[in-house]
Write a protein that binds this ligand. Structure first.
Ligand SMILES: [Zn+2]
Length: 335
């Protein structure tokens, strides 16, 4: 009875509903796009869903991340999303991974029927692109900013992300500095989820890059082309092999400090993959709260969030030098 309205819709029907039930998808990123796509596809009856996200819920997320509410603030996104979805559809299986995807933990993607990119990170997209090219897994790229969004199906029949963009174009210094209208999130998530349903049920799907502006209501379908010399298409997987990550550098050389306007903080991003032992911080710092993936500390009166993967967020501090010093000490203390 749950899916009756979908089953009487001719393009789905009972047979395709069964295919959805037997499908496995992985959603990378449970933010604005991720919560919306997850909500739609869980209700549509996708039988097995894996979700990957290492972030925690913040007040400014509630404007557009539709699964979350005020009581969820400071809890891990993937864990809360799993709990909410289990209440919406208890008949499906959902697994959560509280991790940031990188080339060392890439196997948590496993071998799904499709991967949905709901990150806002170009490096991770190129990593997914490598993984999918290597394993012949279809994936759907999506991004949203201001009142605009884009999405493209990337399969063995289409150009890959590297064919289209060549290199990650995103400026690493950018951190949520542009605003976003919540309605574009739902529009792009709806297109992305619809395309996933088409691919999972072996129906004709879009081979174009779809660009939509919800303010001017302009939808453009852009033809893309395979690019000669594209590395992943020639089985060169630099992102997957970790060749794009700088190694053997001192911590001060490999970290980047960037400003996060929406979070009112300076953020330190390690360029190489590290794993911090958060329990080692207990002796030297005042701990405000602690989760398996992060610890919130008080350092020099600043509220500082330290993630297991080395990301550090220092609030209300305007000195990059001071933030670098704090980060270097934490990296040393939590080795
Ligand atoms: Zn390519």
């Amino acid at each position: 009875m749950r899916y009756i309205r979908q089953e009487i819709f001719p393009k789905i029907g009972k047979e395709n509903q069964e295919k959805l039930k037997n499908s496995t998808i992985t959603i990378v990123g449970i933010g604005a796009l991720g919560t919306t796509v997850l909500d739609i596809l869980a209700r549509a009856g996708i039988g097995n869903i894996r979700i990957i996200d290492f972030d925690i819920i913040e007040l400014n997320n509630l404007q557009r991340q539709s699964l979350f509410s005020e009581e969820d603030i400071n809890k891990p996104k993937a864990q809360v999303a799993k709990e909410k979805i289990s209440k919406i559809n208890s008949e499906i299986k959902i697994e959560d991974f509280l991790e940031e995807l990188n080339q060392t933990n890439i196997n948590i993607l496993k071998s799904p029927d499709i991967i949905l990119d709901c990150t806002d990170n170009m490096q991770i997209r190129f990593l997914i692109n490598d993984f999918c090219k290597k394993n012949n897994t279809p994936w759907i790229y999506a991004s949203v900013i201001e009142e605009k969004g884009m999405t493209a199906n990337i399969t063995s029949e289409t150009p890959c992300l590297s064919c289209i963009l060549n290199e990650p174009t995103e400026n690493l210094a950018k951190c949520e500095n542009s605003g976003i209208l919540n309605t574009i999130v739902h529009s792009i998530a709806a297109i992305q989820a619809t395309e996933a349903i088409k691919i999972l049920t072996n129906q004709g799907y879009s081979k174009d890059l779809i660009s939509y502006n919800i303010w001017s209501q302009e939808l453009t379908k852009i033809k893309t082309k395979k690019r000669e010399g594209c590395k992943p298409c020639n089985k060169i997987f630099e992102f997957l092999n970790g060749k794009r990550i700088k190694n053997n550098q001192k911590s001060s050389e490999y970290m980047q400090v960037r400003k996060c306007k929406t979070k009112g903080a300076l953020e330190v991003i390690p360029e190489k993959s590290i794993q911090l032992k958060l329990n080692k911080l207990k002796d030297n710092y005042e701990i405000i709260s602690e989760l398996p993936i992060l610890a919130i500390l008080k350092i020099n009166s600043y509220q500082t969030t330290v993630y297991k993967n080395g990301k550090i967020l220092v609030r209300d501090c305007s000195s990059e030098e001071e933030v670098k010093k704090i980060a270097e000490k934490i990296y040393e203390d939590a080795k």
